[in-house]
Design a protein. Structure first.
Length: 243
């Protein structure tokens, strides 16, 4: 299963030949007072699909584009199958239900969703995902106890993808290749959305937090290759007070 990293990297590198900022990550979590909730992780690479379709329409001879497209489709399909494996892995975990896979090869969107009985079950599921897909040890990602919520600085998918890209560029071309990678993926984003239907958000320790009009939802948008965020050491971690 750890082959997922290599498949993702291959898809990103091929996609970067035709566009920049091709990857967006959406992590969405809902917490109810009872401790139950739902979790969703989606990789959105639809910009790749849109750009390839545009190039096909513009090119008088689409043979080369079609060949490149076939290669990308293969990489994306394999990556989708790897992510589908997450759903299969989670289906037998205690406290995890309604596990569904997202494997949309037409729109280049991949991921998984599930419901959890409590935060302990959620953390167990994410521990399995991190070990299975990234080979990283993560014991806890979330704390939740009614009026307090915390996202630890662990299980950072954006950081894992950035690390994989950085390691690849270090091997292939040093500083020059790294600068090119930063330019290509400058708009890559990792959006975290947290819903608290039974509570209103009083305060968040993360300066990137944006609240919904009703104060029941908060969003944190991380751009792993953004120079300003790098300078300010932007983090996924946050401590939240609820009311």
């Amino acid at each position: 299963m750890k082959n997922f990293k290599n498949l993702l990297l291959a898809g990103l590198v091929m996609g970067s030949l035709t566009l920049t900022g091709c990857l967006h990550i959406l992590e969405e979590v809902t917490f109810y007072n009872s401790g139950k909730g739902s979790y969703s992780m989606i990789l959105d690479m639809s910009e790749v699909k849109g750009m390839i379709d545009m190039l096909k329409n513009m090119s008088p001879d689409s043979t080369d584009v079609e060949m490149e497209d076939d290669g990308q489709d293969n990489s994306m399909a394999q990556m989708g199958q790897e992510l589908s494996g997450v759903a299969a892995t989670l289906k037998n975990l205690e406290g995890i239900t309604n596990v569904m896979e997202v494997n949309d090869t037409a729109a280049y969107k991949f991921g998984y969703t599930f419901e959890f009985a409590n935060v302990a079950a959620l953390n167990r599921a994410l521990k399995v995902v991190n070990k299975d897909k990234y080979g990283s040890k993560v014991d806890e990602v979330f704390h939740f106890s009614g009026k307090k919520f915390e996202r630890l600085n662990t299980g950072d998918m954006g950081a894992e993808i950035k690390k994989a890209l950085s390691e690849n560029e270090d091997e292939e071309g040093g500083d020059e290749a790294m600068d090119m990678m930063k330019m290509m993926f400058s708009e890559m984003s990792y959006k975290q959305v947290y819903h608290f239907p039974d509570r209103k958000i009083k305060k968040s320790s993360n300066g990137l937090t944006e609240l919904s009009d009703d104060d029941h939802t908060m969003t944190i948008l991380i751009k792993p290759f953004d120079e300003e965020q790098l300078k300010n050491k932007a983090s996924i971690a946050t401590q939240v007070k609820l009311k």
